[in-house]
Design a protein around this ligand. Structure first.
Ligand SMILES: CC(C)c1ccc(C(=O)O)c(O)c1O
Ligand SMILES: [Fe+2]
Length: 319
């Protein structure tokens, strides 16, 4: 059997923990922390063109934006280089968070509790951070975040922060950890380079996805919208504003989502999508190993421009 087939066979059989059930459950992808080179420029983009609301800014260094009732779904940090600072997941409860701490410690991942002052700035309860082997990405778990109050859509009826896709130089190692140790479930593999994962038991086809890349980097941040017209209107809004459209509009036959990808001011890729396959907690279908084909990637017939998914490294800063 070819090495790549052996690899695929191994990954596709990773879908449940091999030791015993992982002692915590996810509520949802919580928020994404991005490094941007010009805070005002990015606030204007994510607020006026993407449609998030500026909830709060901490001087000229940090901005909190939301697309729902949580205090933030995106946190922007002023930095010299654009990139992905961390990916935060909300767990189902404080008990899940406590169990996660013990579990991650047992695994030797040396999780650390964010300082109380930072939790205050983030308007979050206890917040855990850690890295996993062979991966630069900083993961964050929390259970409580202050509410930002009712959320009123503006230019788009965003439903939620949908998913984050990361490029990984060692996807096999990262997948083995995510699937065997961190309670992710595989929804589909696409070709030999992209794996779509659910943070269990969140039902959406993917909250997190891993793509093979030459170094650990952000591929894109996705926002799920309520209406297909949100995608159509975005196409013309972005064109009018001189924002580069890099892929779509189209339909991913993987998750059945209608999509549009465009670049933020730092060249980081943002995706709007409408519709997505959902999985029941019990009795969900098996993961598929889909062959790479452009028709599956976009059944409408578009193809991604080279700039798609290229902007921004995963920040390798200390915990
Ligand atoms: C091009 C990327 C990695 C991709 C492919 C498929 C879907 C989907 O089926 O929803 C995505 O959301 C993607 O971002
Ligand atoms: Fe996506």
């Amino acid at each position: 059997m070819r090495k790549i087939d052996q690899l695929t066979h191994r990954i596709m059989n990773l879908s449940t923990p091999t030791v015993f059930p992982v002692p915590f459950r996810y509520r949802k992808p919580g928020y994404v922390a991005l490094a941007v080179t010009d805070l005002d420029r990015s606030i204007t983009f994510y607020r006026d063109l993407v449609g998030l609301t500026l909830q709060e800014r901490d001087g000229d260094e940090i901005a909190f934006l939301r697309c729902g009732t949580d205090h933030h779904d995106v946190v922007l940090y002023k930095a010299t280089q654009p990139g992905l600072k961390r990916m935060a997941f909300q767990l189902e409860s404080a008990q899940d968070l406590a169990h996660a701490h013990g579990w991650l410690t047992e695994l030797g991942y040396q999780p650390v509790w964010a300082a109380p002052q930072e939790c205050g700035t983030l308007r979050q309860g206890p917040t855990l951070r850690f890295r996993i082997p062979d991966c630069e990405l900083l993961f964050e778990f929390y259970a409580q975040m202050e509410s930002g109050g009712e959320w009123q859509p503006t230019v788009a009826k965003i439903e939620r922060l949908g998913h984050v896709v990361i490029g990984m130089r060692n996807p096999e190692a990262v997948l083995a950890t995510l699937l065997e140790k961190l309670n992710f479930r595989m929804s589909d593999q696409f070709g030999t380079h992209t794996w779509f994962l659910r943070c269990f038991p969140n039902p959406y086809h993917h909250s997190f996805a891993v793509a093979r890349a030459e170094f650990d980097r952000l591929h894109h941040v996705n926002f799920m919208v309520t209406d297909v017209d949100d995608v159509g209107r975005a196409l013309y809004r972005m064109r009018k504003a001189g924002v580069e459209i890099v892929f779509g509009p189209g339909r991913h036959d993987i998750s059945n989502s209608i999509f549009l990808y465009f670049l933020d001011p730092d060249g980081m890729t943002v995706e709007y999508s409408f519709g997505m396959e959902e999985f029941a907690e019990d009795g969900a279908r098996e993961a598929r190993q889909l062959p790479f084909s452009m028709e599956i990637l976009d059944s409408w017939g578009s193809a991604p421009l080279p700039a798609t998914g290229k902007g921004g490294a995963v920040e390798a800063a200390s915990l």
